[in-house]
Ligand binder design. Structure first.
Ligand SMILES: *Cc1c(COP(=O)(O)O)cnc(C)c1O
Length: 344
């Protein structure tokens, strides 16, 4: 059966006809020579959005993270991140392979650790130990259920970083979801960090690319690594235009995704065999646990057989993600199918 409602990820969005037209008409040049006006414009927009001196367009969010690690850390130094952080699980070992960094995983509910946990984990100056160098925040936290780090908590952990002489980085793959959900600007969220980036290919709905911002020196170094890792492109304006279009047209509408996620969560929470507190659904990610006879891979298979795609994140955990291509009618359809699958 064809997939009718794809809730497996917000990366499945396809560029809209208007976005395609805008991309098609983009002015282009050689971005490596800073001659692509569309890439240059997107970089200026992101530097402005995140309140930093400069920004760099990159092929993916993964490359943003890996380049940030390499700029901030020398081999053998340590990053401190929540144990659910993206580079620990989904970047093919990049922190070890590319940056040579030691990862220290921190605990805490919903993808977040607190300032005291961080403070206690930072190593003393001791030549037996890795040197703690980089503090990492993922906003929103993916495996934390799309949870939003409160601004106060971000300020506390980045204060600890500064006080202890560490630098800090924000993986903002879904930062714009946090912006729309809270009304706190991207600039405010990014202010305490040395580097931060946003993804255009998640809820923003563009086909390719991410952009990272920081100081002029940080971005100059990031440019060198972009070149070295083969991420420097040529007439990249054709894809950067998707990011520009998304920033103009697809930010405010993220509120619709959040509304759809909440309604999905409220409907699912009423079904037998599902544990889900709708109050934990703050953005576009809906995580729930199965307590009945059916396990997550089986449930996902049965949903898929009826045209609904979700992801099994563990033996008993399912993730559903709302995005640009999910409509309120799609949520109704999903709930109707879920009622059949989870009947008991
Ligand atoms: C998707 C994602 C990334 C990686 O971005 P890509 O553009 O897919 O490479 C990094 N961090 C988080 C939290 C993500 O959700």
């Amino acid at each position: 059966m064809a997939i009718e409602v794809d809730l497996s990820s917000d990366t499945v969005t396809k560029p809209t006809p208007e976005m395609r037209r805008f991309m098609c008409e983009a002015e282009v040049g050689d971005e490596q020579k800073h001659e692509d006006p569309t890439v240059n414009l997107l970089q200026e927009m992101v530097a402005e959005l995140l309140g930093k001196e400069a920004a760099l367009f990159l092929p993916s969010g993964t490359m943003c993270n890996e380049i940030a690690l390499r700029v901030h850390c020398r081999h053998g130094e340590e990053m401190l991140a929540h144990r659910s952080a993206h580079p620990i699980h989904f970047e093919a070992g990049g922190p070890a392979a590319l940056a040579g960094v030691n990862v220290q995983s921190l605990d805490g509910p919903r993808g977040q650790y607190d300032a005291a946990t961080l403070d206690a984990a930072i190593r003393p100056d001791n030549r037996y130990m890795p040197r703690s160098r980089l503090v990492w925040v993922e906003q929103t936290s993916n495996l934390g259920g799309g949870s939003i780090w409160p601004l106060e908590k971000i300020r506390e952990v980045t204060d600890v970083a500064r006080r202890r002489g560490l630098v800090s980085h924000m993986d903002g793959a879904r930062l714009m979801n946090a912006v729309v959900a809270t009304g706190v600007s991207a600039r405010e969220w990014a202010a305490p960090f040395d580097s931060a980036w946003i993804d255009f290919t998640k809820g923003l709905g563009a086909p390719v690319g991410a952009a990272m911002a920081g100081s002029r020196d940080f971005i100059a170094e990031a440019w060198r690594l972009k070149q070295q890792m083969g991420g420097a492109m040529r007439q990249a304006g054709i894809i950067a235009a998707g990011g520009i279009y998304a920033l103009h047209h697809h930010v405010k509408r993220l509120a619709e995704d959040h509304g759809n996620a909440r309604r999905l969560a409220e409907g699912l929470a009423r079904l037998p065999g599902i544990t889900l507190d709708p109050a934990t659904v703050e953005t576009n990610l809906v995580f729930f646990d199965l307590t009945g006879a059916i396990d997550a891979p089986t449930a996902v298979e049965r949903l898929l057989a009826r045209g609904i795609r979700m992801g099994a994140l563990g033996p008993r955990t399912i993730r559903a993600v709302t995005h640009l291509d999910v409509t309120p009618a799609g949520i109704d359809k999903t709930l109707a199918v879920a009622r059949e699958v989870f009947r008991g």
